[in-house]
Design a protein around this ligand. Sequence first.
Ligand code: FAD
Length: 523
Amino acid sequence: SAKTESTSPAAKALSLSQLFEAERTKVLYLFMHPFIEYSPVSAQLLNAVRDNWAFLYAQRLALAQKSQLHVCFCLVTKFMDATIRHFRFMLGGLREVEEECRSLKIPFHVLLGEAKSSLIEFVEEHQLGTVVTDFSPLHVPMSWVENVKSSLPDEVDLIRVDAHNVVPAWVTSNGMEPAAFKIRAKLEPKLDEFLTQFPPAIKHPFNIGPFPKDVEWEKLEAALEVDRSIDSVEWAKPGTRSGLKTLENFIEKHLSIYGEKRNEPNVCCQSNLSPWFHFELHSSLAKNLFCSDAFFAFDMSVGVSPFHLGQIAPQRAILQVKKYENIYPKSYASFINEALVWRELAENFCFYNKNYDNFSGAPGWAQESLLKHSVDKRQYLYTLEEFEAAKTHDDLWNAAQIQMVVEGKMHGFLRMYWAKKIQEWTPSPEDAVRIALYLNDRYNLDGRDPNGFGGEHFSAISILELLSRTFRLLFAGVMWAICGVHDRPFGERPVTGSVRCMTYFASQRKFDVDAFVKRYGAK
Ligand code: FAD
């Protein structure tokens, strides 16, 4: 299937992708498969592994070859600036994956250390023939995959499946898309093919014991070398079950007003799904044919599920929300804008722009303008410590910072204001990008995601709006806010140059700033 990207001709020669393709579009196929013991439980409840195209692909491959299938996750004890808040969320999701794998009779393994060593040893020890992994456009996961690719024995195939974009990044476009309306035009014709239901995962008939011992999660958590001062948050429990509850709650209580009110920080009608979306990859492995690997999660994984293991696929959320298309057309269109167009634009940006995380990734006009204005006198200048402690003169900025630190998620509208102000209050745009990404990734549960870097779409059009030709504003990550990525030049001003600026005054006209500030006790 186009969702997969084989790294070896041998794997392509298997021609199993057609089988998978048939199953994707025809879910019932599995029920008719002669070797399969169909389990209604696995079909209906096991979303952590089920909603993962990498896992599904690996299982189909294993079934076709009558092979064993293993799911592995390579856990590194430290990952960039991720804190215990992120690791607990990830490990909590993995616990559910372990449970689901057990009920599917699939061995689940957590391998300590980077995949280039732990996974390779695992493959050799179990004599695995194929590794299937997920895709992420970011530098570190890409390098994980590259390292595995160069370390795997020649006879082992490595297959990468884009399990978290609806349309695989390499199918959507073969280059960087400059704006949301451009990528929308490429995504829309492909939705019939890719925005399909997920086929069920099934009990795996070819695995023979002994199965691995239960994972010792407490021990693993104790081994982490991370900052433990940033604790978990109450409202976001890890795992697919909790993520699905959040989705249900969103649809029931907030979807009706999402289209109108999603940019109002006091209303809180965003889906809040970004933490589960972020930790949503999977991987798996199968003997003599399959290994699916989840290079997703943190340092790699082998086996099924990995980057994000065991959380929620955006495709699942979109399919659920789609059921309300005719009831709440405006909200549906708005959700598609966010979860499909904006999200996949951000993925495209990171995939095709190697400087997605620094000032060199900005468009030429923005680089020129920001550099010209980097000598302008700033009215305020703050250090990283002052920003982190929410000690600026601006109570709205401080309140947004406190929301992120305490709740692990800043409201989407405020992220734009927050990042733009960092640019105004630091000596250079390079400093601003560095500080914004550091804080964003340290405190937001959804940090270190392509959406955090990604571009913005300042004037994209929703599917419905496309028909009516009504334009609206859309927004994205740090590179949009600070560096004008996916935006256009505005009238030149001191400090911000031609990059769109946001003001306290304009925010007051949009929502009750005082109420928000009061809620977070900010001064
Ligand atoms: P909803 O409004 O319910 O949207 C549903 C989903 O659509 C989101 O979960 C997300 O996957 C996608 N989405 C929404 N807005 C955007 C957007 N502007 N660009 C791309 N995809 C979007 N998002 C992250 O996931 N991680 C980050 O680290 C991150 N950092 C950001 C930093 C800045 C400075 C800015 C301006 C935006 C950032 N975003 C980030 C994008 C966006 O703010 C969040 O995705 C959104 O607020 C998450 O909340 P939600 O799931 O309730 O959103």
